[in-house]
Write a protein that binds this ligand. Structure first.
Ligand code: ZN
Length: 226
């Protein structure tokens, strides 16, 4: 409420995303249109990784708990409140890996409300079942790469018109993940991520309560047509 949108330079450089200024405001409008509970979010840690707000000389990769993950360059980050007791007891910000979970906008409320990434078939607090369209229904799949996590088969495009401009939106949850019981496997899609090896880009776990969403990442690209 009364949030002051980032000041946008009057002549920003064009970006590869096809948005000629910081997409933060558009992403925020999209987020509002999803009608998620505002109490989920912690604006204190919001961040924008657009070319205006994230310097091109900045790193592409960061390391936490000895594990590399991609900086979500080009995405807008909306921080999620994490249960303090759980975070402290498990030292998740120091000892857990950072991973990404691609999903669709219609699943966000159920996932964030759940506080952990659910398993396929889980009964949700909303009364629905959690549906994931992957052949393997016994694991949660994540990736240390935002590029891999945002592949469209798990992270579909949502076309939305805002201020008469059509955008392709995608949503990914940045997570803290318990390092135990992670199986790292390769992908049959080579060269998806220029920063992390494709031989270990897909992670899966069968551990409950081991993947905690800490941020919602939104990417807006101007639609190619219409
Ligand atoms: Zn920005």
């Amino acid at each position: 409420m009364g949030s002051s949108p980032s000041t946008i330079p009057s002549t920003p450089a064009p970006t590869p995303a096809g948005i000629d200024q910081c997409p933060r405001r558009v992403c925020l409008q999209y987020l509002k249109s999803l009608h998620l509970n505002r109490q989920y979010f912690n604006r204190r840690y919001n961040k924008c990784y657009c070319p205006i707000h994230y310097e091109s000389s900045g790193p592409n990769i960061l390391t936490v708990a000895g594990s590399d993950f991609t900086v979500p360059i080009g995405w807008s980050l909306f921080a999620i409140h994490v249960d303090k007791g759980f975070a402290t007891n498990n030292k998740i910000f120091r000892n857990w890996y950072t991973t990404f979970y691609g999903t669709s906008h219609d699943k966000l409320d159920d996932i964030i409300h759940n506080r952990f990434i659910p398993f396929p078939g889980d009964d949700l607090l909303s009364g629905k079942k959690f549906v994931v369209n992957l052949p393997d229904q016994r694991h949660i799949y994540t990736s240390p790469s935002i590029n891999y996590a945002s592949l469209e088969h798990v992270c579909p495009i949502n076309k939305v018109t805002i201020n008469n401009v059509s955008y392709d939106f995608q949503v990914v949850l940045q997570c803290k993940q318990n390092p135990t019981h992670i199986k790292k496997i390769g992908s049959n899609k080579p060269n998806i991520c220029p920063h992390l090896p494709s031989t270990t880009i897909q992670w899966k776990t069968d551990q409950r309560a081991s993947v905690v969403p800490i941020s919602l990442l939104i990417r807006a690209k101007k639609s190619e047509n219409i």
